[in-house]
Design a protein around this ligand. Structure first.
Ligand code: HEC
Ligand code: HEC
Length: 260
């Protein structure tokens, strides 16, 4: 009788685990990835023809002799940075494309980036784990500060408050820059800024620098993040919590039934 009482809830747990396993094997399918990516590139190409081609050319060839860069090897990250900070599409021939309101939706930005990425090489848009500064130790933040002072303060000032460069150009203040923008600026080198590649400053150090700047400017970071956990682990925890409560409920029901 006693063994029986324990065996029934155990069976239920095993059955639920089996269902979970089947679900996990079947649900996250990436079969549709290829077609959606092709559609995204096509949508990006159409947007590009309307909003960007007048300067950069229909195939992103640019007019380098007139100071309009080719986009054939700038990558998705450069487009994401330029569009998300509102620099592109450029309105007038300024000395430097100013930061302004972004005129595209997130979906349109991603499509433009996918199209330009399809033209050649270049850095990809980073994953959140590459730029999210949460969970850094005090030591890492100190390293970030050192790296910032060594590599960036000559143009952006020690406080990240910006400064004038020669020939009428400006290194903007970094107070309004979000983590992804800082990451992308380093990897793509907009305007007069040099590129800081992964060989010179690896991702872990970029995160440390972003954490340092965040602390320096004490900026609230946008959106809710579960620590540095991405959507995959969030889904995993939702799964564990959901199934966990079902299991407890099932045990409760079966033990009640067994007692009768
Ligand atoms: C009025 C002309 C003009 C238009 C329209 C324009 N751009 Fe640009 N774009 C420029 C110029 C000039 C630069 C160089 C600016 C600088 O270095 O500050 C540039 C730079 C860029 C860069 C950086 C390239 C690099 O080497 O890192 C990207 C990416 C870019 N543009 C994408 C776009 C996209 C996407 C659009 C359309 C949404 C667009 N541009 C529309 C003139 C234009
Ligand atoms: C040689 C000078 C120079 C150095 C060194 C430099 N930058 Fe920049 N940075 C610039 C200029 C100029 C721009 C603006 C480019 C444009 O608008 O086209 C810029 C733009 C940025 C932006 C975009 C800010 C915004 O509001 O959109 C970020 C973020 C940034 N830099 C971070 C850094 C970091 C981090 C470092 C050190 C790893 C660094 N920069 C080193 C000159 C520099």
């Amino acid at each position: 009788m006693r063994r029986h009482k324990a065996a029934r809830p155990l069976l239920v747990v095993l059955a639920l685990l089996a269902v979970g396993g089947i679900y996990a094997a079947v649900a996250p399918s990436s079969v549709a990835d290829d077609t959606t990516q092709a559609e995204q590139v096509a949508a990006g190409k159409a947007l590009f023809a309307v909003s960007c081609a007048s300067c950069h050319g229909l195939n992103g060839e640019g007019t380098p002799s007139q100071g309009i860069p080719a986009l054939t090897n700038v990558g998705a990250a450069a487009v994401d940075f330029q569009v998300r900070t509102g620099r592109m599409p450029m309105g007038n021939p300024y000395a430097q494309a100013p930061r302004k309101e972004n005129v595209f939706t997130e979906e349109e930005t991603a499509a433009l980036a996918a199209y330009v990425a399809s033209l050649g090489d270049g850095p990809a848009i980073p994953d959140q784990a590459q730029y999210d500064p949460s969970g850094l130790s005090a030591e890492q933040l100190a390293t970030g500060g050192d790296l910032f002072r060594t590599n960036c303060s000559a143009c952006h000032n020690f406080q990240g408050s910006g400064g004038a460069l020669s020939n009428g150009k400006v290194a903007p203040p970094l107070t309004g820059a979000t983590p992804i923008e800082i990451y992308e600026a380093m990897r793509t080198g907009p305007g007069e800024m040099p590129v800081f590649g992964a060989g010179a400053i690896p991702d872990e150090d970029v995160r440390a620098m972003i954490g340092y700047l965040d602390a320096l400017h004490a900026q609230p970071s946008g959106g809710l993040t579960l620590g540095a956990l991405g959507p995959v682990s969030e889904g995993f925890w939702a799964w564990v919590a959901g199934i966990g409560s079902l299991v407890l409920f099932a045990i409760w029901i079966t033990t009640k039934a067994a007692r009768k």
